[in-house]
Design a binder for this molecule. Structure first.
Ligand code: ADP
Ligand code: ADP
Length: 223
């Protein structure tokens, strides 16, 4: 469960990017976050992932107020929310498999089990056989799927993806969406920031819209 109550966010002394935002997302939902560039979509996702704190108000994830989360509890949050940022932050000098193994290193799994889990994650996003490639040797769509594998390898309850289909052709965009829908089908709450109206019309899901500094919540397709 994700809940925003009277959330305000500004950076430094700039005006509010988000002002008095209220919404609730139940477990297992599949949601788009939309609006023009600069509207605050990434900011909203980063608040859910605990990468930013609200300037005011309460952000709750799985019953925990992130603005009150003690430092020692942050690893729990990191495991609860898988994050795919716009810049995928893949390590270019490491293999694809090594990139997916990274989040597991923190958890302290036995190497053999970690390897098996990382391979399974790569298989789920359709990257079987690409384990030894470096990210630079992979296509844009494959790199995006690799970033998704790395985000879900810890089995988070929530997955957030910032413009995951940007710069991809229609076939590769569909592949990304299929992968995300697969995770949603097994219960992962999924949030996708996008300004692609065609994409959102095709998938017709609840959409949180930020436009001209205003927030609105559209059940089903964005009218
Ligand atoms: P979107 O994802 O919809 O393009 P963002 O959330 O990235 O929007 O950005 C919203 C606004 O906040 C923009 O004006 C952007 O320049 C500003 N912004 C985003 N991140 C920062 C930051 N770390 N410091 C200062 N301003 C920021
Ligand atoms: P304890 O209650 O003994 O400290 P827990 O494993 O229950 O151990 O939680 C440790 C901390 O992690 C708590 O402070 C809690 O706020 C936080 N926490 C646990 N699970 C989550 C979660 N899914 N999302 C965010 N924070 C969490």
């Amino acid at each position: 469960m994700i809940e925003f109550q009277h959330v305000f966010k500004s950076y430094g002394r700039s005006k509010n990017i988000l002002a008095d935002i209220n919404f609730r997302i139940d477990n297992g939902e599949f949601i788009f976050v939309s609006g023009p560039s600069g509207a605050g979509k990434s900011t909203l996702l980063r608040l859910i992932g605990g990468l930013e704190l609200p300037s005011r108000g309460s952000v709750q994830v799985n019953g925990h107020r992130l603005d009150k989360l003690p430092a020692r509890a942050r690893p729990y949050l990191r495991r609860a929310v898988g994050v795919v940022l716009q810049d995928t932050h893949l390590l270019q000098d490491r293999s694809a498999l090594a990139n997916v193994l990274l989040p597991l290193a923190v958890v302290g799994l036995e190497p053999r089990i970690a390897q098996a889990r990382a391979r399974a994650a790569m298989e789920k996003v359709g990257l079987r056989g690409k384990e030894d490639l470096k990210p630079v040797e992979m296509s844009g769509g494959e790199q995006q799927r690799l970033a998704i594998a790395r985000a879900i390898v810890n089995r988070p309850a929530i997955l957030i993806a910032d413009e995951p289909t940007a710069n991809l052709d229609a076939d590769n965009a569909k592949r990304i969406m299929d992968v995300l829908m697969d995770f949603n089908r097994v219960g992962v709450t999924t949030l996708i920031a996008s300004h692609d109206l065609n994409l959102m019309a095709r998938y017709a899901r609840r959409t949180l819209l930020i436009q001209d500094g205003r927030f609105s919540d559209h059940p089903g397709v964005l009218a």
